[in-house]
Design a protein around this ligand. Structure first.
Ligand code: NDP
Length: 481
């Protein structure tokens, strides 16, 4: 099941043990399950050179041929969903109950969707009197993808599928925390017929990512990561006028009005904070609850959170697994301490489990105020902050008082209020009476400090291609002299 070497370059696995070793830890028990090596300068060069060499030939295929390969890869991924989900669970610690439905399947959706539209990509025709013009949608060239550790299969496909559909090639660097899954995506693309060099995966930490971003052969960078890394990578891309998509963090509001369906609102708050042990960028970690429903909401939330089945993520009954690493667990614990010391009321969880593995209880704070650190900073762990509000005007002002703008949601039975509120939320993805559903048909990405560009949907095509305009003169050229 596991990849057979650290890197996948030019259509085959590649090893170079001279690179710094990166142990791969199963976060549920701390055991090392694999070891990969960071890319050496020679591996980086091989990956960039193969992506560059493959690009013109890949772009020269007609769209229907590129699309067929992507769709074949989607089919293979679906056939191997169980095996890929097992690997995703080992790589990240996320429960198999989740990975069976949210990771390889999401990657397959992206490959199928972009495979389906590859044949339809084109430009426009404009009539200009006797003259006329047309536009062509042309690839950017070699694209670099850099991933976070929370959705390693999905992130590789969300970047790779639109890039390849448009005729680009890609060098992808996964997070060093979760290096295994993207290698399988590369392997499956080749099995589906992708020529060598079209999709390459190399390992390493930030320095490898930096080298890829700065390589003069790189035309575009797409990063999924923290806001701090995003600023560095965006600046490095801008220094060479490269295209960039930045999918960064958030501190998103989930606004629940008195008239909301209580069970749905509680379900949304649970999904928006505890799915994947809270390690989701678009999570609704500021849960604003209108005062009239607050007691009922908290009572139901506590009752249902007590039902979480915390355990071995390989067990299909488990619905709450460990965090990805001890490091991320320590960050989460320090935020919980801060929440307590700044006066938030801890109403559930807050403790590390007394057993091997990076386990922490789902944690809920009530009576959180806007100035508290846990209400301002992205924690990226299972920590929910419940804040009270009275009026729509008040909650909107507070919901938008953040540097981030990734997501937001409203729960209400009032149709006009629902639309009014989501229109006012400054965020790229909003939900009405739902949370965190991100099908490939919809654009996904942030406003404000949460990033630039969009992934998925037709919008991604605009971020992985560029328009060329051709003016066609039909008459003799006149000049002043
Ligand atoms: P990081 O920002 O720490 O890392 C993201 C990736 O960037 C990693 O592969 C990392 O390498 C790499 N990297 C680090 N420094 C540089 C650099 N200078 N140049 C190029 N690459 C670099 O994020 P995390 O991995 O900790 O992921 C969590 C963050 O990702 C959260 O903020 C979360 O909100 C965000 N995220 C956003 C999503 C979105 O779509 N908007 C989705 C998922 C997560 P390495 O870590 O291996 O050293």
């Amino acid at each position: 099941m596991q990849p057979t070497a650290s890197h996948f370059v030019n259509g085959a696995y590649l090893e170079d043990t001279a690179g710094a070793p990166i142990p791969v830890i199963f976060p549920a028990n701390g055991e090392q399950i694999a070891r990969v090596h960071a890319a050496t300068p020679a591996v980086i060069e091989a990956a960039m050179a193969s992506a560059k060499a493959a690009q013109a030939g890949w772009a020269a295929l007609i769209g229907v041929e590129r699309g067929r390969i992507l769709r074949r890869a989607a089919d293979i991924i679906r056939e191997r969903n169980r095996e890929l989900s097992d690997l995703e669970t080992l790589d990240t610690g996320k429960p198999i109950q989740e990975t069976l439905v949210a990771d390889a399947t999401s990657a397959a959706d992206a490959l199928e969707y972009f495979g389906g539209i590859a044949a339809s990509l084109g430009g426009e025709h404009m009539q200009l009197g006797g003259d006329w013009a047309y536009t062509m949608r042309v690839p950017l060239g070699v694209c670099v993808g850099i991933g976070a550790w929370n959705y390693p299969t999905q992130i590789a496909a969300w970047k790779g599928a639109p890039a390849l559909a448009c005729g680009n090639t890609m060098v992808f660097k996964p997070s060093e925390q979760t290096p295994l899954c993207a290698l399988k995506v590369a392997e499956i693309l080749v099995e589906a017929g992708a020529p060598p060099g079209v999709f390459n995966v190399i390992q390493g930490a930030g320095l490898v990512g930096k080298a890829l971003v700065e390589d003069p052969r790189t035309a575009k960078v797409s990063l999924t990561g923290s806001a701090a890394t995003g600023k560095k990578v965006y600046a490095a891309a801008a220094a060479q006028m490269k295209h960039a998509t930045m999918e960064l963090g958030g501190k998103s509001p989930l606004i629940i009005f008195d008239d909301a369906d209580l069970e749905s609102a509680v379900s949304a708050a649970i999904n928006a904070n505890f799915y994947s042990s809270g390690q989701i960028c678009s999570n609704g970690t500021r849960v604003f609850v209108q005062r009239g429903i607050k007691d009922a909401f908290l009572a139901r939330l506590l009752k249902r959170t007590a039902n979480a089945i915390i355990g071995d993520p390989r067990d299909e009954a488990t619905n709450f697994g460990p965090m990805v690493s001890e490091e991320q667990l320590a960050i989460t614990c320090s935020y919980i301490k801060k929440g307590i010391s700044e006066g938030a009321r801890l109403v559930h969880g807050g403790n590390r489990l007394n057993q091997p593995g990076a386990y922490i209880e789902p944690t809920i704070f009530a009576d959180v105020t806007d100035d508290m650190t846990i209400a301002r900073e992205e924690i990226f762990g299972p920590v929910m902050s419940v804040l009270d509000f009275d009026t729509e005007e008040d909650v909107l002002e507070r919901a938008n008082a953040t540097e981030f703008g990734l997501s937001g949601a409203v729960f209400t039975a009032d149709l006009t209020r629902a639309h009014r509120v989501v229109h006012a939320i400054q965020a790229g993805s909003c939900w009405i009476n739902q949370y965190n559903l991100t099908p490939v048909e919809l654009p996904f990405g942030g406003m404000k400090g949460s990033g630039v560009g969009r992934e998925n949907s037709m919008a991604a095509i605009g971020h992985y291609s560029q328009l060329k305009t051709v003016y066609v003169g039909m008459s003799p050229v006149e000049a002043a002299f």
